[in-house]
Design a protein around this ligand. Structure first.
Ligand code: NAD
Length: 468
């Protein structure tokens, strides 16, 4: 591919047997130490920039992402199989929006000053220091920018460790950061295996913030490392979202949205993977759901006619199938799908009716195109089932009753609840999970707060104004 600084042969991309797409560095402990040292030096410079100076560089970064949008989208599609159209119009475009959002927020991020106790009191926000940013393989470009932008806006230097299954777009980001004018050492990229270079990065005592998106299992490891060095840590972890459909819902819209959870081969943390439907509309819902699911075309993610691209990696497809095989063996009913697609890298969209709410496939994140289907008799039972896993990232409710929308929405234990819609949100709202779905909140000023140290400055008989 031209113009993106990577030697990628896109004709190889859609065949796992055709060999590697690109070679990527495998950093080790020494690489991690060097990156942290670079970030310590970079912090001295970047951390001293004013918010307005930082915003200028970040807007340039957004300009460059926009200028390279389509090439980045193609790299991302080849690397991990998400639909090119969606990458181009939605997820890569969002990368630029993330940088612009935080460029704007940081210049408006108010310090607070007031008189009390015969003193001028000022709350100053100080950049915290080098921040390690560890990201997962799904939607890597968008998720990386979502975490990098607030860290940089706050004045921290960053060390980004992307996932080993989709490392390519991070290389592009680092190149663009250089071109945008981030000073030396302020923006660092380290490639490699999580248990190797990732573990070394989070254990380094010079790191002052760790922000992680990935699985709860890895979150536990990183949390221990953060605790060892007493470093603030945020974690955006897995999900097992309920999609609750009441009898008064717009049934076609709800069924369409339910089938749409197969999008991106189900490799979406926010996905509503547990479909919960009011008993009285069970059959009608299933007919409509199957109509929408039958219409989905599996294929080449570069083609307009495709709805669902491949899963990220053969090992992951085997993981997905393992869940389905164990479900069948345990007595759950495979309603549709249930197998890898023949002669391709896809997994057939699968619906399972579990024998019980305790089934593994109900209680654990599959992170593939596998949904479960259960019914409920009352609103109270719907809420109980919806809240019955250890996760709490997202939830969806479908109803035409405004009263019920608010009542059920408030009763759900999740960081994000959508009623009659999905995914769209104001980026200044808090984002994160309850339970094993996460620690802390990102989004808007919440991420800036995390990346800052607050100081209260008190001057007897003084007069101090904020934002000097
Ligand atoms: P993962 O936990 O396996 O890996 C995530 C990252 O952590 C990778 O970069 C990996 O190299 C690194 N890593 C692994 N072990 C490490 C260690 N010991 N120390 C430091 N770093 C280490 O997750 P994944 O399979 O890449 O991503 C899928 C998971 O991410 C799913 O659970 C999904 O729900 C979750 N996710 C959550 C959100 C959210 O916003 N809540 C968004 C996307 C994905």
């Amino acid at each position: 591919m031209d113009g993106v600084g990577l030697d990628i042969h896109d004709e190889l991309a859609l065949d796992w047997d055709a060999g590697p797409l690109a070679d990527v560095a495998r950093g080790d402990a020494a690489t991690a130490a060097a990156a942290v040292d670079a970030a310590v030096a970079g912090f001295d410079v970047w951390g001293s920039y004013t918010p307005a100076q930082r915003a200028e560089v970040m807007h340039r970064m957004a300009d460059l992402i926009e200028a390279n949008n389509d090439d980045i989208a193609m790299v991302e599609t080849l690397d991990m199989g998400f639909m090119y159209e969606s990458m181009k119009n939605r997820l890569v475009a969002r990368g630029a929006i993330n940088f612009r959002l935080y460029a704007d927020l940081i210049v408006d991020y108010e310090e607070r000053a007031w008189d009390a106790k015969n003193m001028a009191n000022v709350v100053q926000r100080m950049p915290a220091g080098p921040a390690v940013v560890i990201t997962p393989w799904n939607a890597p470009f968008m998720l990386s920018t979502w975490k990098l932008a607030p860290a940089l806006a706050a004045g921290n230097s960053v060390i980004h460790k992307p996932a080993e299954w989709s490392p390519l777009s991070a290389a592009l980001l680092a190149e663009l950061a250089d071109e945008a004018g981030f000073p030396a050492g302020s923006y660092n990229l380290v490639q490699g295996i999580g248990e190797e270079v990732g573990a070394a990065l989070v254990a380094d005592p010079k790191v002052r913030r760790i922000t992680f998106t990935g699985s709860p299992a890895t979150g536990r490891h990183i949390g221990k490392a953060a605790a060892e060095n007493l470093v603030p840590f945020t974690a955006e972890l897995g999900g097992k979202g309920p999609l609750v459909v009441f009898a008064d819902a717009d049934l076609n819209a709800a069924a369409y949205r339910a089938a749409w959870q197969f999008d991106d081969s189900g490799q979406v943390c926010l996905a509503g993977t547990r479909i919960l439907v009011e008993e009285s509309i069970r059959d009608e819902f299933l007919v409509k759901f199957n109509e929408h699911a039958d219409a989905l075309v599996l294929g080449d993610p570069r083609d307009d006619g495709t709805d669902i691209g491949p899963v990220v990696h053969p090992d992951h497809r085997a993981n997905i199938h393992g869940f389905v095989e164990r479900a069948a063996a345990a007595g759950d009913t495979i309603v549709r799908g249930g197998m890898p697609a023949e002669d391709s890298m896809h997994y057939v969209p699968t619906l399972i009716e579990p024998a019980s709410n305790d089934s593994e496939v109900v209680q654990h994140e599959v992170f593939g195109p596998v949904l479960t289907f259960q019914t409920f008799a009352t609103e109270a039972e719907a809420i109980e089932l919806a809240n019955s896993t250890a996760y709490g990232l997202s939830a969806m409710v479908w109803t035409t009753s405004q009263d019920r929308a608010e009542r059920v929405g408030r009763a759900l234990r999740a960081g994000l609840v959508w009623v009659n819609t999905f995914l769209v949100r104001d980026l200044t709202a808090p984002f994160g999970g309850c339970g094993i779905s996460g620690i802390g909140r990102e989004g808007g000023d919440h991420a800036l707060d995390f990346h800052s140290d607050l100081k209260t400055l008190m001057i007897l008989n003084g007069t101090v104004t904020a934002n000097l």
